[in-house]
Write a protein that binds this ligand. Structure first.
Ligand code: PLP
Length: 388
């Protein structure tokens, strides 16, 4: 990690995480030694590659408690989410009349969920209903029951938010969805590897995850699909992965993803405790040095590495510009950072001043105590410069 520490301090772990060196070793060893196509099962090279896929599936299942036949490898959470939403809608369109189908979404979902839904709405295929949430980002359970009773085709609620880190109790949400027989997509991209996720207990129909959010390689993830759920594929071709996601599998990426899952299952609880201590230390230092800062979200229920702050009166883009060479931080999610103000903070009902002065800080297992001390000082000094 030395090359990382010599560059700006990395505090954007919600955007992506550095790869664990043990995952790098696994990926490079597979790239150097195992080149077979896992679908070429007539010969040694194919079965050798296939055994890596089987092992990786087992590692994914061990982390999130699902069964191997439920795991479809994808290029990441965006693809998984598109496959689930478009897949179920197009499947239902084959069966139902021309009637528009209703999808219920939490308004603070990631853009990959919201834009997939709004695109279906734009084409007259689906009607989107937004779930009510509270000002701290927690969902309104009584509204959840009301919207589920109208029998939408799909309910989309994430396991943990990518900006304010609020953690949803997906087992309770899944229980309600099940009572009303509503398929439930849980985007668990920010939660997997940080909090306990149990697909079996969750009653989720679909669960999306992405390796690069927990120290694995980019461009690889999975959609877990509950046994017996019928969906249409997004792509057509060679019939791999039961025809749901055809195309030759990314064997080194999948092996690295599996290794990242194996390490999280072993180390997550220990690492997350340390991460929480560092986040709390940074939060306390910032409150001491800049007493007017506001912490956004639910302080008692958020990801250990999450700290979302606002400094009233300052523009976050000015602050980011000033600290750019010293700290890597973002204003909101990677796909919208610098473009428009956060839809998540807007949905919480925060004022434009608070939203425009917000920073999303993400701490992870490679963040050191020294990084925390230095970051607090750099941030406080820069805020003071801007205030003057
Ligand atoms: N969902 C959430 C909550 C995310 O934070 C992200 C990435 O930032 C995604 C989905 C998309 O993930 P990927 O980069 O694997 O497509």
């Amino acid at each position: 990690m030395s090359s990382i520490t010599q560059r700006p301090i990395y505090l954007d772990y919600h955007s992506t995480t550095p790869i664990d060196p043990r995952v790098v070793s696994k990926v490079t060893s597979v790239m150097n030694n195992i080149f077979g196509n896992p679908s070429s099962l007539e010969h040694f090279y194919g079965t050798e590659a296939q055994s890596l896929i089987t092992e990786a599936k087992r590692q994914v299942c061990n982390l999130i408690k699902c069964t191997s036949s439920e795991v479809i490898f994808t290029s990441g959470a965006t693809e998984s989410i598109n496959l689930a939403i478009q897949g179920i809608v197009h499947q239902a369109r084959n069966r139902r009349s021309e009637k528009k189908m209703e999808i219920v979404v939490s308004p603070i979902e990631h853009r990959s969920v919201l834009e997939t839904c709004f695109n279906l709405e734009k084409h007259g295929i689906a009607k989107i209903t937004k779930l009510n949430i509270k000002p701290d980002g927690n969902i309104d359970y009584s509204h959840l029951r009301t919207v589920c009773s109208a029998q939408p085709i799909l309910l989309c609620v994430m396991a943990a938010n990518h900006e304010i880190g609020t953690i949803n109790n997906i087992n309770n949400i899944g229980e309600i969805a099940k009572q009303f027989n509503v398929p439930f997509l849980c985007d668990a991209t920010q939660a997997v590897g940080k909090v306990d996720i149990d697909f079996n207990k969750s009653n989720a129909t679909f669960l999306a995850l992405s390796s690069h959010k927990f120290y694995g390689p980019k461009g690889i993830g999975a959609l877990v699909i509950r046994k017996g759920t019928a969906i249409n594929p997004l792509f057509y071709g060679g019939g791999q992965q039961m025809g749901l996601r055809p195309g030759t599998l990314n064997v080194p990426g999948i092996a690295g993803f599996g290794e990242a899952c194996r390490l999280r299952a072993l180390e997550m609880n220990y690492d997350e405790k340390l991460i929480k201590n560092k986040r709390d230390k940074l939060q306390n230092l910032l409150i001491q040095l800049v007493p007017e800062i506001i912490i956004n979200g639910d302080l008692s229920n958020r990801l250990s590495g999450n700290l979302n702050i606002s400094i009233p009166g300052l523009k976050n883009t000015d602050l980011i510009f000033l600290i750019r060479s010293k700290i890597a931080i973002s204003t909101s999610s990677a796909c919208s950072s610098g473009k428009e103000s956060s839809h998540v903070l807007k949905a919480l009902g925060l004022s434009e001043d608070i939203i425009k002065s917000s920073l999303r800080i993400g701490i992870g297992k490679f963040t050191t105590e020294k990084d925390i001390d230095r970051s607090a000082k750099i941030l406080a000094d820069s805020i003071n410069i801007l205030k003057r």
